[in-house]
Design a protein around this ligand. Sequence first.
Ligand code: GRF
Length: 195
Amino acid sequence: MSKTKIAIFASGTGSNAKAIIEHSFQANYEVDLIISNKKNAGVLNFSEEFDIDAMVIDKETFYEDDILIHFLQQRDIKYLILAGFLWQIPSYLIQAFPERILNIHPALLPKYGGKGMYGSNVHQAVFDAKEKESGLTIHLVNEEYDKGEILFQTKIEVLATDTPKNIASKILKLEHKHYPQIIEKYIAENSGVLL
Ligand code: GRF
């Protein structure tokens, strides 16, 4: 059976992207394209390393054009996977890929989500609030930032000795373990629905 094509959208280091690519070799999906909004993003190194096409997109094309939809559809890409992508996804893209855009957030949504809650801000806020636990959330993307249907969550304990930095690294390790598996599972469960 042929593999389902996905595109990864990422703005930064791309450690999740790497985990997703590595898992793809034994999974039901294939990473067809990496899209970044930053031309120096670390994630683009994985395009070379794994011989995957990459594209750097500018704001105008992303928000004011539907060229991107045609491009993605032409490549037969079925799912969009956000892995540390910092631009909000425009409605036209959500409508073109309904329930087929996934995101990962390094906290237990609905807490510590929404505007400004990205990167170290999330872990600093969890630390400042003296939370006893944090975790990660994998969810569908809809028009409301960080508010789409939750597909998966898992928790870590926040110890009195933890710093925002090591809260972040504990969660990131779990992201690498779970995100590829949840993507695979979601695609398996929904593959009959797609033409
Ligand atoms: C991850 O913590 C993810 O949850 C968040 O952005 C970070 C991306 O890290 N959305 P990386 O670029 O995959 O290393």
